[in-house]
Design a protein around this ligand. Structure first.
Ligand code: ARG
Length: 278
């Protein structure tokens, strides 16, 4: 039974997922993803989320849009508003109309940004408490976050991303609850680090050797954290502050520069978003 507290997540099956172009340092068309393994890994994530009580909304996969599986990049959800992405690279721009179609069908009011700015949705825009943390430079433009802040009347904290391997904010920063987050310091400049230190009282620092396993790219459901395997220190740190890690294999999606979190879009608001409970 769905009630207002049932967590809801959008996913898209990986039927047409693959490495067909190179738009981040992880992608190499010569190192393709294994279709069967991709499907099994995606199914394991789906099942884990269902077991955690999540209601999954499914988008139809589309041939020729191999990155449509990364629904975190659909747009930004805020209450009953949906701000669609404006992808930096042409190869992903065809996804936008599919995501908009989904959002319209779900009863969201679509809020379009002005033309000419790049914005890659929840991949680069994450609430922690009242504030919206906005990753920019490598994919989204800082202007997009400023525009969103004004339109939604929320405080925006722009975070410059300085390491091309961590090109979306959700690859290096993961809010767990208001005032609680995991992050990889090497992805931010001094200013970004000072904002995190200032605004997030409970911080878990991820080491470089675990960050490269996309450890920050985690799906949070209540006190459960689903993430890629290979980060034992982070798992121990999460347990220490009362979270339960669920480690799965996302090797095929990492070849595309994505992991657990990228494969999901929280429809009812991320756990850490203060507006959820108002
Ligand atoms: N291949 C995709 C891209 O480069 C991966 C997207 C990962 N998504 C994310 N939210 N980090 O655009």
């Amino acid at each position: 039974m769905t009630d207002s507290r049932t967590p809801r997540i959008l996913m898209c099956p990986p039927d047409y997922f693959g490495i067909e172009y190179e738009i981040n340092p992880w992608m190499s068309v010569r190192k393709g993803a294994d279709p069967e393994r991709s499907k099994a890994q995606w199914k394991a994530l789906h099942q884990t989320l269902v077991d955690l009580g999540v209601e999954i909304d499914l988008m139809a996969p589309v041939k020729g849009l191999p990155d449509l599986v990364f629904t975190a990049n659909a747009g930004l959800v805020f209450k009953d508003l949906f701000i669609p992405s404006k992808f930096r690279y042409k190869v992903r721009q065809g996804e936008t109309e599919r995501f908009e179609e989904w959002a319209r069908g779900r009863g969201f009011q679509i809020v379009e940004q002005p033309e000419g700015v790049n914005f890659e949705g929840a991949g680069d825009a994450l609430f922690c408490g009242e504030a919206l943390f906005g990753g920019y430079r490598l994919r989204s433009d800082v202007q997009s976050h400023q525009w969103i802040g004004e339109r939604l009347d929320v405080e925006v904290l722009p975070m410059e991303l300085i390491d091309p391997r961590f090109y979306h904010l959700d690859t290096c920063f993961c809010p767990l609850a208001p005032g609680v987050a995991i992050y990889y310091p090497g992805a931010f400049d001094e200013y970004g680090l000072s904002v995190i230190a200032d605004r997030i009282p409970t911080r878990i620092e991820v080491r470089a050797e675990e960050a490269v396993y996309f450890s920050c790219n985690a799906v949070v459901v209540g006190s459960n954290v689903v993430l890629h395997q290979g980060a034992p220190r982070l798992a121990a740190d999460l347990e220490r502050i009362g979270f339960k890690p669920h480690a799965l294999d996302f090797s095929e999606f990492i070849k595309s520069g994505g992991s657990a979190k990228c494969l999901t879009l929280r429809i009812d608001g991320e756990e850490a978003a203060a507006w959820k409970s108002t």
